[in-house]
Design a binder for this molecule. Structure first.
Ligand SMILES: [Zn+2]
Length: 380
């Protein structure tokens, strides 16, 4: 009879284990660095402090905002984490935008900046293209620093708002809006697609099975949804048609799993920049490719989290001071095999990440200098 260590289990009954209950603890004895404050001041270009008060399906339809966190709560975290400025991308338009700017930007100069958003409820009505371009000019006068485009465009907005054919990312009705952003020097933070796995069946081969199983509405598999490749191609046609408009591709240009593809877009479109929010899980599991990516595109990568410190906690927006520490650890240290989110089970997929240990010159650019240039602000 064999009595080798490790073989005994073969004779026992196999125990079933629900994957959602599996929480393995790493036995690796490796360096753990706590980075409480970023080495340089940070501009977080991707946060959501406010949202539309009303939506039809997943299409935001109101100018009015609901706020997720009070300035005082945010400033506590910001000061502790060396976070100089938070950019609230979902500032809406008209009176909602004015409310955001008054409550945050004007009340705390230099600490908060607000982006405007398209009037999606108007988009399928006659006269929209001109009206939207004018709204960009009005938003600029009201204090908006850029435009945010949610994946409403391409995945939710339909010809009858929530029914009918999907409106494509490169639909010509938005051309005057993209042009107005260029003319008014307002960068466009664009998020029009999602992780590649969201376009595949939610089955045992899907690396984000648990996430999609928890949020079936995040899946874009089936129905009349375009493929991820179709959406990215449409986005690229927009980048090509509006060379004077600067676009910030959120979530590593929506293609963090395929850095070669992001690099190709950056090479082809000099008006394209990327931001890293909610994608250190992807970047950190390919640390060698990521490090090269940061070296090569160090002038075009912006820091962002897609979070709300002190705000409402959702699996996607895991917030708070802890989250910033993980981002800093990822960028600044060479720590190995650590969690990319402060959660018992990693929310995006069951893997861990490796730090990039970026040099100071690149850190400075990614933490604030690249964003400061695009936003015309001074940090220091
Ligand atoms: Zn976001």
């Amino acid at each position: 009879m064999l009595a080798m260590a490790g073989c005994g289990a073969a004779f026992a009954q196999k125990k079933p284990l629900d994957v959602t209950e599996f929480e393995p603890r790493s036995m690796l004895a490796v360096k753990e660095t706590r980075v409480e404050r970023a080495r340089f001041p940070v501009i977080d270009i991707h946060t959501h402090i406010s949202f539309a008060a009303k939506s039809a399906g997943s299409v935001p339809v109101s100018a009015a905002r609901r706020f997720l966190a009070a300035p005082a709560d945010l400033l506590l975290v910001m000061d502790a984490k060396n976070l100089r400025t938070m950019v609230n991308l979902t500032g809406g338009y008209a009176e909602g935008l004015a409310d955001c700017v008054a409550k945050y930007d004007k009340a705390h100069p230099g600490r908060f900046l607000t982006f405007t958003e398209p009037m999606f409820a108007e988009a399928v009505k006659p006269g929209y293209p001109r009206k939207q371009a004018d709204a960009i000019a009005a938003a600029k006068s009201a204090g908006a620093r850029g435009l945010k485009v949610l994946k409403t465009l391409g995945l939710f907005l339909r010809e009858n708002l929530t029914t009918g054919a999907l409106v494509k990312v490169d639909d010509k009705r938005f051309d005057p809006m993209w042009e107005a952003c260029g003319a008014h020097d307002m960068p466009v933070a664009i998020h029009v697609s999602d992780p590649a796995a969201f376009f595949l069946p939610t089955d045992k081969f899907n690396e984000r099975f648990e996430e999609l199983n928890n949020h079936p509405d995040w899946s874009f598999h089936g129905r009349d949804y375009p493929s991820n490749a179709d959406i990215l191609a449409a986005r690229d046609r927009v980048l090509a048609r509006h060379p004077k408009t600067k676009f910030i591709g959120l979530h590593v240009g929506h293609s963090a799993e395929n850095l070669a593809q992001v690099a190709a877009a950056l090479d082809k479109y000099p008006n394209f920049y990327v931001e890293i929010g909610a994608r250190i899980g992807e970047l950190g599991r390919q640390p060698r490719a990521s490090r090269k990516f940061f070296e090569k595109y160090q002038d075009r990568i912006l820091f962002g989290t897609d979070a709300v410190p002190g705000g409402i906690q959702t699996p996607q927006q895991i917030f708070g001071a802890k989250l910033y520490e993980i981002y800093y650890r990822f960028l600044e240290t060479e720590d190995e095999y650590f969690d990319y989110a402060p959660a018992a089970v990693p929310p995006q997929g069951r893997w861990r990440i490796y730090g990039l240990g970026l040099p100071e010159a690149i850190l400075r650019k990614v933490y604030h200098a690249n964003a400061a240039r695009l936003l015309n602000v001074k940090v220091g």
